[in-house]
Design a binder for this molecule. Structure first.
Ligand SMILES: Cc1ncc(COP(=O)(O)O)c(C=O)c1O
Length: 457
C-alpha cells in the first residue's frame, strides 16, 4: 500500500523530478535561490493565473506563497501585463531616465511618507542603499537590526537572520552577531548589532553603550519572517523616540508590508513615521520593482555625497509595472479586497480550529498572516521556536499534497491577493486546511500511541 502511494506520488511529479535532475547539473541545488532548494520536493512551475499556480506536471494549487509576497493583485494580471507590454515595446533599457520611473516615484511619494525615492531592482538593493545613505547622512558606521528579520542577501543583512536553532543567537541580553553562512567578512558583521524584537530595554542598553556610532535602526515593522509577529503596543513608537534621542535614523524595511498593510504601508498602519523606508514586493505585482525613499534632506545625500546606481535601476519593465500597480492600488478597492479575503479565511480557520480546542493565535495582519500553535503570541523570533511549529509544518506539507500551497515552513506567512476572492478559492483553502489538520493530528496520535513515526498528509 505504502509502495503504491509512493509510486503514484512519483508519477504525479514525473516531469518535475526529471527537471530537478536536469537543473541541478547547472544550477546549484537545481534552483536560483537557496530558499527554493527543497531537494527532491523542489517545485518547478509552469504558470499562474489569479490565485492559482500550476506545476510542470499540470497539478493545480491555490497559491498562498504568491512569490513570497509580491503578487498582490494575482498572477498574470491583465491590467498590469497589458500596460507593461505596451510600454516595453518602446525599448526597456537605456540607462537614461523615462517618464515611467518619474511616475512610479511620484506615486510612491503620494502614497507614503516619502518626499523622494529612487528605484532599485530588488529589496536587497533597496536595504543596502538605504543603509549606505543613513551612514553617509550621519557619518556613523553601525546599524542595529532585529533578530529573525530578513532584509535580503547583502552582507550587512545576513546577521542573526533565521537560525533553526535559536540558541545560536546567544544570550538574550547580549546577542551574538550570527552570520548566516560563510563569506561574510567579520569587519562587516562587527558593524551590525542584533537586538531581540519588541525589546526596548535591550535596545536602550545598546544605544547607551555605542549610540555615538549608530547610524540607523533597520526594522521590518512586523517580524515578517516569523509569520508576521506584531509589535507590542508602543514598541515602534519607542524605537522612533530612541533613534531621535540618539541622533540615529529609523529605516522601515517595508519590502513585505509596503502597499500591503495599507496604501502607505506599515508606517501608515501603525502610525509611526521613519526617516527612510524600503519597498519592493507589492509595488510590482511580481515584476522586479523596488525602491528606497524618505525624508528630503536625507535623500538629498544623493547624487553628490553617497554612491547609488545600477544599470537596471528604473528599467522600463519594472518602472511601468510599478506605475500601473500603484495606480491600481490607489484608485481601486483592491487592497480592501485583499484584506477582506484574509479576514474571510481567518474566520473559516477559526471555526475549524475552535472545534479542536487547540491553542493557537493568528499572527500578522489579514493581508499577510500566519497561524501559530501556542497560547500567546510570541514577542520575538526566539518565541517562534517555542510554538508547536512541527504541527504547523505537518499541516503545510499536507496542504501542498492536497492542492493548496503555503510555504512548507512555519516562519513564512500566507499572502493574500485580490484574485483570491474569485470562485471558491478561499473555501478550498479552508477545507484543505481542515483535512490536513485532521491528518496531522491523527499521525501525531498514532506516533504517540505506538512510537511509530508517521507522516502527515
Ligand atoms: C523584509 C524584506 N526585506 C528585504 C527582502 C529582500 O528582497 P529581495 O528578495 O527582493 O532582494 C525581503 C525578501 O523577502 C524581505 O522580506
Amino acid at each position: 500500500m505504502a509502495t503504491e502511494t509512493a509510486r503514484r506520488a512519483a508519477t504525479a511529479r514525473a516531469r518535475q523530478m526529471a527537471m530537478y535532475e536536469r537543473a541541478r547539473r547547472t544550477l546549484p541545488g537545481g534552483t536560483d535561490s537557496n530558499f527554493r532548494a527543497w531537494g527532491d520536493d523542489t517545485i518547478y512551475v509552469d504558470r499562474g493565473k489569479g490565485g492559482l499556480v500550476w506545476d510542470l506536471d499540470g497539478t493545480e494549487f491555490v497559491d498562498l506563497r504568491m512569490g513570497y509576497g509580491p503578487v498582490i493583485l494575482g498572477h498574470a494580471d491583465e491590467r498590469v501585463d497589458d500596460h507593461v507590454n505596451e510600454r516595453m515595446r518602446r525599448g526597456v533599457s537605456f540607462s537614461l531616465t523615462s517618464e515611467d520611473e518619474v511616475q512610479a516615484c511620484e506615486l510612491i511619494c503620494e502614497l507614503t511618507f516619502c518626499d523622494m525615492a529612487r528605484l532599485t531592482v530588488s529589496g536587497t538593493e533597496a536595504t543596502m542603499h538605504a543603509l549606505r545613505v543613513a551612514r553617509g547622512f550621519t557619518g556613523r558606521d553601525k546599524i542595529v537590526k532585529f533578530e529573525g528579520q530578513y532584509h535580503g542577501v547583502h552582507d550587512y543583512a545576513l546577521i542573526s537572520v533565521l537560525p533553526n536553532d535559536v540558541a545560536a543567537l546567544g544570550d538574550r541580553d547580549n546577542p551574538v552577531r550570527l552570520a548566516w553562512g560563510r563569506g561574510i567578512p567579520a569587519a562587516v558583521a562587527d558593524t551590525v548589532i542584533p537586538v531581540p524584537y519588541n525589546d526596548l530595554a535591550t535596545l536602550r542598553r545598546v544605544f547607551e553603550r555605542e549610540g555615538d556610532d549608530i547610524a540607523a535602526v533597520l526594522i521590518e515593522p512586523v517580524l515578517g519572517n516569523a509569520q508576521g509577529i506584531l509589535p507590542r503596543a508602543g514598541f515602534l513608537q519607542g524605537v522612533r523616540e530612541m533613534t531621535r534621542e540618539f541622533g540615529a535614523l529609523l529605516i522601515f524595511d517595508e519590502v513585505k508590508t509596503g502597499f500591503r498593510f495599507a496604501r502607505g504601508g506599515a508606517a501608515e498602519a501603525f502610525g509611526v513615521t521613519p526617516d527612510l523606508a524600503t519597498y519592493a514586493k507589492a509595488m510590482g505585482n511580481g515584476y522586479p520593482a523596488a525602491a528606497f525613499g524618505g525624508r528630503r534632506d536625507v535623500m538629498e545625500m544623493l547624487p553628490d555625497k553617497v554612491s547609488h546606481g545600477g544599470t537596471y535601476a528604473g528599467n522600463r519593465v519594472a518602472a511601468s509595472a510599478a506605475a500601473k500597480v500603484l495606480t491600481i492600488l490607489r484608485d481601486t478597492d483592491a487592497l480592501a479586497t485583499v484584506r477582506a479575503n484574509g479576514e474571510r479565511l481567518q474566520a473559516a480557520l477559526k471555526q475549524i480550529l475552535d472545534t479542536h480546542g487547540l491553542a493557537y493565535v493568528f499572527t500578522g495582519q489579514p493581508t499577510m498572516f500566519g497561524v501559530m500553535f501556542t497560547e500567546m503570541l510570541p514577542d520575538d523570533y526566539r518565541g517562534w521556536a517555542a510554538t508547536d511549529h512541527d504541527l504547523y509544518d505537518a499541516i503545510a506539507v499536507g496542504m501542498i499534497a492536497r492542492g493548496v500551497m503555503p510555504e512548507p515552513d512555519s516562519r513564512e506567512p500566507w499572502f493574500m491577493c485580490e484574485a483570491h476572492a474569485q470562485g471558491d478559492l478561499l473555501d478550498r483553502v479552508a477545507t484543505t486546511f481542515e483535512a490536513s489538520l485532521h491528518a496531522a493530528l491523527k499521525a501525531r496520535a498514532h506516533t504517540r500511541s505506538d512510537g511509530v513515526r508517521d507522516t502527515a498528509g
